[in-house]
Ligand binder design. Sequence first.
Ligand SMILES: Nc1ncnc2c1ncn2[C@@H]1O[C@H](COP(=O)(O)OP(=O)(O)O)[C@@H](O)[C@H]1O
Ligand SMILES: [Mg+2]
Length: 480
Amino acid sequence: MEFNTDLSEKALSLHRLVSQRADQHDAHLTGLSALASTNQKPLFGMMTSLSSTIQKFYPRITSIDLVTRSPNNPLEIFSTRQSSLDNLTIQQINKAALAATGPLRIIPKDGYYLLVKRSPNTDAARYGLSLTIDANALLQNDLDFGANSAISLLTPKGASILRIGDASSDGFFPQELKFRQVLGSQSQPLVLEIRKIVTPAGLFPWASSLTFTLFLGFVLFAVNTYWKQLRHAKLAEKRALLRENEARIAQASRINSLGEMASGIAHELTQPLTAILSQSQAGERIAKLKPEETEKIVSVLNAISQQATRAGNILERLRKWSTKSTKGLEQVDLNKVAQDINDLMMADLKEKGIRLKLSLSSTAPIILADAVQIEQVVFNLARNGVEAMERIQNGCLEIDTRMNDGWTVITISDNGTGIPADIRPNLYDPFFTTKTNGMGLGLSLCEGIVERFGGILKVENGKDCGVVSKVSFKLDQSNG
Ligand SMILES: Nc1ncnc2c1ncn2[C@@H]1O[C@H](COP(=O)(O)OP(=O)(O)O)[C@@H](O)[C@H]1O
Ligand SMILES: [Mg+2]
């Protein structure tokens, strides 16, 4: 459990205090090291007076020692201790000084630690300079953490240097609150840990056994009720979201059919109507200027009626699209679908300078579906291809049908811009479009239709460029 606000504020201020204290040790060591190694020999007199000033103001520094840095036989050459340094400590200071590469070294002891600096602070160091820090004095504070709390100082690896106080409790329902943070001192990354055990009885002194049991019962009941309500609300929320999604998709497909049809009509009729208009104007001019050229007039009228028939066909097709097919499944020849789309788009593609290539399977690729809807799918995929090639030279749209490995497949490929990786995840989302006039419904509609007839739609980037849209139906179900 985390500390509550009051306790964490106290813990943080102790942490700040101890970190600041630790930082002061660096400055002392730097000053002392200068006196130890600027000369041939340490300036003992000055070291003694500086040491006594330091220790007077910082009593937590219980001793200052200087040891020769030597692979073989280190010696104490300066110490503020009453008695001389024990051999083990001399060895430890020497070892730390030998291993030091710049940063200070910490030697943890029970209740205190040694802070060692090599002196001078270069590879040619001659001494190990050590401060002995009393952990108790380092942690000393007048913040009140209350009963059942312990303050500990640990090494960076977690070994204990000192613990003040006792945070154990055999009370009813004990909870441990814990604060643990590395000191903000770069040279001494020791860990300050403050633990406190609280019991409900400690928090509420009135909580003697019966009152407390009743209270606890009430709290548990309240928590349980609250939790149940929360779960209930979450479930309801989820259900609402599902319903909303369903509605959105239904709405999408309605708008889809409508939108696709409207833009389809406009798109498809523009071309033949423009042709009819220009042919009529030409015919009128010929009839006025050279009424004798009946042959020319007849050919113009012919062209006009051809275009008008085409416009009529388009309208018929769109009418079929807009009336929802209520027929059951029928045999749909994908070759015929490809051919129809080819006829439908040819004139438009010619005008745009896009080549259209058909490669049809020699055996009739028959699937069981609704012909009009499958045409709609192929038309949508082809139109996406065409739109991707609008600003490209040598655009080529290819429609390919084949029967392959138990699959009946119709593939629509283009050599347009391709699909950038970042939009891939959204490709089939209703209303996702990168086009200024796009509806973003084509692919979601196609996917829905193809899946309805048990097929698979894959829209992927081509090997070199462009996009390959593949609609596949498993043979056994596709030929009934
Ligand atoms: N053949 C393709 N080449 C490049 N991008 C494509 C192709 N097909 C689909 N896309 C991308 O997928 C998006 C969604 O397509 P679609 O659902 O048909 O909606 P719309 O065509 O209205 O944008 C397009 O806006 C386009 O970015
Ligand atoms: Mg589209």
